[in-house]
Structure formats: structure tokens, C-alpha cells
Design a protein around this ligand. Structure first.
Ligand SMILES: [Mn+2]
Length: 319
């Protein structure tokens, strides 16, 4: 953390980059960091390859998050948030970051860290926003209300609304500080958990086709391009669906597969308790956490489904 604070204190022009398909933590941490740096008179650009899910459009300053990179050589520091692999930022940003001299990282995902620069990667932390809240306190940087809202959203969404096992006493304390600084949990929750008729219809399709395997311990759902087209949904409308599958009593692992327009299949895996699904995701070129992981896998829906199902069944048998 100290190394990152030092780099941030010296930097005058900072490019903040989070991962592709940003979630509440990626967007919340980018916007909060942008505000904290601007308050210290640094020039800041925020980049995300998108798409930005509609439930986060209320975040203060969201219009500053662009899928446009500054001219080469603009920044004296690039800060990678909520990921620590260049490829997670999307092809455009990854190529750009290859050529940046100074890099810093704040992230809580598992996986090998082989980046030069100040990398603060701590998989024990529930959210990148939790890390930034701790860093701001350690550095003595005050939080205004907007920053508190952004950090609260990241912590709230990455803990499944304060339900997951990553939600420690310290996370509750930090969240309490953010509420005291002006983050309103009810107002924020109304925005973050609002749904739509299209989404409900997509949910219906996933549930209709849902399969329970291994005596009800493995739930597998899938979404084809046709499902998206028929319901008028976009890929980002699937946020929280896989968590819903895991919530079925008796299910230990939930797998959601989504056919991608760009080719290949996006898989999201969730587990309960001791079952570590990040290893399966990593073996497929992805990553994540103990109980929540994902990857993009080449192949069509049936092929990828068969392959990943087999890997998960093996993992569950070994456990
Ligand atoms: Mn996160």
C-alpha cells in the first residue's frame, strides 16, 4: 500500500484503468480514485473498455469514464484497478499499457502478479473499493460524499450486499464510515438492484433451461445470443444471475455460460464454502476468487459446457 501511495503522491497525470465488462467495484474504485487524485491537484483520465451496466449510471462522475485513451506519453503513471493482468483491460488498453513506463496496481483478485511497478494485490480483501477506503484513511485523504458513494457501491456489490464470506468485521466498519461520510444505503440499493421487464424475461429463460447435476449440487444455466436477442437484453443484463443460481438450496457450485457475439463463451462460476473455483477458471485462462471466478473460453456453447461441467464435477468429487 505504501508503495502505491508514494507513486500516487508524486504523479501529476494519472491514467486510471479498470477491467473490461466493468462491475460496481471497477467503476466505484475508478471514480473514487479519480476524485481522490483530483483533490490532490493531479490530472486524471478514467478508462474502461465497457460496456457500463445501466444500474451504475447514477454513480457520481460516471460521464468521466471513457473508452478513449489519452495520447501516447500523456500520463506519468497508469493505475490499474480491480485487475492485475493487462489483458483484463481489453485489447486496446492492454496494448497502450505495454508502452507505459510507470504502472501501479490496486487489486484483490487471485493469480500470478508479474507486473513491474508498485503492485498492491491482496486477495483477502473483499473489494478494490475496500482497499482504496483503507488507503485513503492511511494517507490521510479525506472522503467527500461522492467518493463515499462510489466506494460503498464497490464494497456492496463485491460482497453480494454484505452477505459473502469476504465480508469481515473490518468491511462492516469501513462501510459504516462511508455511510457516516454520506453514502445512503437505501438510495444506492434502489439504483444498483433495480431491474427491468427485459431482465426478468431473460431470467425466465435461464431458469427454464436450468439443469441440476451431481444430485442437485451443480447448477448449470446458459444464455445464447438468441436468448439475448429475443428478450432485448445485453450481456451486462446478466449481472447477479449466477449468484441467483447458487442461492438454490443444496447447490454447491453454479455455472453460467454465455455465448459471445465476438466468439467463444463467457463462463461465470460461483461456489459455497471450501470449494475453490478460481483454479478451474485459471486453468481456462481466466481468474477470480475462491468462491467467484470466470473466464472466456473458445468453442461453442455445447463444447464449452461439456468441458467446464466435467472440470467442475471432478473438482467437486475430489473435495
Ligand atoms: Mn472487485
Amino acid at each position: 500500500m505504501r508503495g502505491v501511495i508514494e507513486k500516487l503522491q508524486k504523479a501529476r497525470r494519472v491514467l486510471v484503468v479498470s477491467h473490461q465488462d466493468p462491475d460496481g467495484d471497477a467503476l466505484g474504485s475508478s471514480l473514487a480514485m479519480g476524485r481522490l487524485l483530483a483533490a490532490r491537484d493531479a490530472e486524471v483520465r478514467l478508462y474502461s473498455a465497457g460496456p457500463i451496466p445501466p444500474e451504475y449510471r447514477f454513480l457520481p462522475g460516471l460521464e468521466l469514464v471513457a473508452d478513449q485513451l489519452p495520447p501516447a506519453g500523456w500520463c506519468d503513471l497508469a493505475l490499474l484497478l480491480d485487475c492485475h493482468q493487462l489483458k483484463r483491460t481489453g485489447p486496446k488498453a492492454a496494448a497502450y499499457l505495454e508502452r507505459v513506463d510507470k504502472l501501479a496496481v490496486i487489486d484483490h483478485h487471485r493469480g500470478p502478479v508479474n507486473l513491474d511497478g508498485a503492485a498492491w494485490v491482496d486477495p483477502r480483501r473483499a473489494a478494490t473499493c475496500e482497499m482504496i477506503a483503507r488507503m485513503a484513511a492511511a494517507a490521510g485523504w479525506p472522503l467527500d460524499q461522492e467518493t463515499a458513494v462510489c466506494l460503498f457501491v464497490g464494497i456492496q456489490t463485491d460482497t453480494g450486499s454484505f452477505r459473502y464470506s469476504n465480508c469481515t468485521a473490518e468491511v462492516f466498519r469501513l462501510a459504516g464510515d462511508l455511510v457516516a461520510a454520506g453514502a445512503d444505503p437505501w438510495q444506492i440499493s434502489q439504483e444498483v438492484y433495480a431491474t427491468s421487464l427485459q431482465r426478468m424475461r431473460l431470467w425466465g429463460r435461464v431458469v427454464q433451461g436450468l439443469e441440476l447435476l451431481a444430485g442437485g449440487k451443480l447448477a448449470v444455466g446458459q444464455v445464447s445470443l438468441e436468448d439475448l436477442a429475443a428478450t432485448g437484453c445485453a450481456p451486462e443484463d446478466l449481472e447477479n444471475v449466477v449468484e441467483g443460481l447458487r442461492a438454490i438450496r443444496g447447490v454447491e457450485v453454479a455455472l453460467l455460460l454465455r455465448q459471445r457475439e465476438e466468439g467463444g463463451v463467457k463462463i461465470s462460476i460461483r461456489s459455497r464454502g471450501a470449494l475453490d473455483v478460481s483454479a478451474v477458471a485459471m486453468a481456462l485462462g481466466g481468474g477470480g476468487h475462491h468462491n467467484a471466478a470466470g473466464a472466456i473460453v473458445d468453442g461453442d456453447l455445447d463444447q464449452v459446457r461439456g468441458k467446464v461441467q466435467a472440470m467442475l464435477l471432478e473438482l467437486m468429487e475430489a473435495a
